[in-house]
Write a protein of this length. Structure first.
Length: 354
């Protein structure tokens, strides 16, 4: 029996204190408690979470969103690294605290990406003081068994002074800890990586790039940072070649501004030794009235048919390409339709010759 690793080892906390055993979208916003209201000991082995673990130990995932979880959508528990052999310690009631944790580091960022904000955000003094209080009194105490900290994507891990300070504080308290990092890459250069002592602490490095040229990059992030990004990618890919970054991903959120660059992005990612991860733009509250214009994957979008046809490009057959469940569904449908059309054409020619 293989089970989902995260149910027994990981939690993610959102800015309102809600606790999830995976990202809130993948578990259909099925919160198991609130860290600001309940004791973590009670949350970690609450009735909801115990039921989720009991189901997982039977090979069942009724609380998970199978349409968003790329692990479940790709053949279920048999073919994914997230699903591992159930260890003897995997019980519905866990005695150890989670070994992987993510909590919000505010929305501070050095860019104003069209997907999530209209301005560069930097926390004010009062916000920082409030966060530090939560960090010292709520977050740090529950990290006693943590070996992996996930820097979430509300802001930027390197473009935010607050995030950099949090990383320093975590390392000071737990010197053996490792990191999963999400960043836009503009400030993720040698200076900050060495300053934060991260060169030998990264288990996964994800960079949201969403483009293959400066013009498109500016349309998405609305700051001048392409040349600096390319310089940083050379350094980070060097760490990857040295074996210091086991998991390396370039992220591409597909929208009306960049979908024509998807095939080129596959080659771009390969150049730096990274996976090319493609996801459709989501209808988050931050997009307000922009979603319909950006969502090229929707049938109502003016470019939908051209976009779907582009998905049959053989470039997407490369092993380092990862599609979201929705994009994979669109691609498979496009390939089937193309093959059916080709077969029909062959038969038409055959009968014409006969």
């Amino acid at each position: 029996m293989k089970v989902c690793w995260e149910l027994f080892n990981a939690i993610e906390i959102t800015d309102d204190g809600s606790v999830y055993v995976c990202c809130e979208q993948r578990v259909s916003k099925f919160s198991v408690g609130n860290i600001f209201k309940d004791k973590f000991e009670d949350i970690w082995n609450c009735e909801k979470l115990v039921k989720m673990r009991e189901a997982a130990l039977k090979g069942e995932y009724p609380y998970c969103n199978h349409g968003i979880c790329e692990k479940l959508s790709r053949g279920g528990v048999e073919k994914n690294d997230l699903f591992i052999e159930a260890l003897p310690s995997y019980k519905p009631v866990m005695t150890l605290f989670p070994i992987q944790i993510a909590f919000p580091l505010e929305r501070d960022c050095n860019a104003k990406c069209i997907y999530c904000r209209d301005e560069i955000i930097s926390s004010k003094k009062e916000q920082i003081e409030l966060f530090n209080d939560k960090f010292n009194n709520i977050y740090l105490p529950i990290m006693k068994d943590v070996s992996i900290f996930t820097v979430n994507d509300m802001g930027d891990a390197f473009g935010s002074k607050l995030s950099r300070q949090v990383i320093k504080n975590i390392i000071n308290r737990y010197p053996k800890i490792k990191f999963k990092l999400m960043t836009n890459g503009i400030c993720a250069g040698e200076k900050f990586i060495k300053e934060l002592d991260l060169e030998n602490r990264i288990v996964e490095f994800s960079i949201s790039i969403n483009a293959v040229c400066e013009k498109t990059h500016y349309k998405i992030f609305r700051v001048r940072g392409w040349k600096l990004l390319l310089k940083n990618l050379k350094y980070i890919s060097k760490l990857k070649k040295m074996g210091k970054i086991p998991s390396f991903h370039f992220k591409f959120v597909v929208c009306s501004n960049n979908w024509k660059e998807m095939a080129k992005f596959v080659k771009f990612a390969s150049k730096y030794g990274a996976n090319a991860d493609f996801w459709e733009v989501r209808d988050y509250w931050t997009l307000e009235n922009k979603y319909e214009d950006l969502a090229v994957h929707n049938e109502t979008h003016k470019d939908f048919e051209a976009f779907v046809k582009s998905l049959v490009n053989p470039a997407f057959n490369e092993k380092h390409v990862v599609f979201s469940p929705l994009l994979m569904k669109l691609r498979n449908k496009a390939i089937s339709e193309k093959e059916a059309k080709s077969e029909k054409s062959i038969w038409q020619k055959f009968f014409k010759i006969k």
